[in-house]
Write a protein that binds this ligand. Sequence first.
Ligand code: ADP
Length: 335
Amino acid sequence: MIHIEQLHKDYRVGSRTVSALNNVNLHIPRGKIFGIIGRSGAGKSTLLRTFNLLERPTRGAVRINGADITTLGKAELDRMRQQIGMVFQNFSLLSAKTVGANVEFPLKLAGGHSKEERNRRVDELLELVGLSEHKDKYPAQLSGGQKQRVGIARAIANAPQLLLCDEATSALDPETTQSILALLAEINQRLGLTIVLITHEMQVIRSICDNVAVIEAGEIVETGPVADVFLHPRHAVTRRLVAEYTHDDFDLAGGGAASGRRLRLTYTGEAAYQPILTRVVEQTRAQITILQGAVSRIKDKPYGQLLVEIGGADEEAAAVLDLFRRLDVHCEVIN
Ligand code: ADP
């Protein structure tokens, strides 16, 4: 749905030029939830804001449904923007207007609806986001999670094809974050709209995204399906993000007591439910020490990950590796 081609964005700061985006190329498929993750200052907001030209790139193309939006005139751009909703970290609600009036606002701006039609649509949207009984309240009377539900209802009021989420859950506690993520996943499923979100939190990507791009210093360093990128990270930045999230600490793990080869084992799908270690120990008589382990999920895909140490001679270790691989376990030798 979106093709970003050789995108650059430079900011002038006094006499200096800051390069916020450097040759970004991205393909975002229709109907998916696509996450962009990176540290503060990596360029996430700048990139997301080029998708509706809140930021105009210095060079490059932003193709949405085939058309490069950087070449559109004002009227065409306004029309295109109605196909794109946006949700903000700080909600950006109109504090002097009720919940109902906030959601009605973009419908009024778009025009072409009678008062009754707008009212019906507002009721439908508030029901979708679970806020029907709060229609006449003001934003100050709502919790953070409820405010973001209003933000989401407003963003999808004109039935956009694309929803952009700018750190939509960063101001929320973990439980509320999960409920907002569940709402976004439901909207993606029910309405079939494409969602692009930016975040610095791995948990957000793991919970709902289908694909992810990792951005660092204005460059996309890695992109692909979430399970591929996070279970088998190739770039140092991605590895660091994964290590921070999983609290990997090789020095602490095992406390230096064991002395064999360290392996990271990753298994997904059916293998996650199998007694893999038991089988390997039975067949090879290997001595395996578990240093760290977790069974978890990426979106709805279960996976297991173990950091283990294998004792014994080289040939025995080679036999263990070979057996793991035959059992569909991905093995990464750490040392
Ligand atoms: P992120 O969203 O990942 O925190 P940003 O896209 O906000 O990153 O910023 C990327 C880089 O561009 C940073 O170095 C930031 O300081 C710089 N930057 C962003 N907006 C501006 C601006 N309006 N003027 C100058 N520099 C900016």
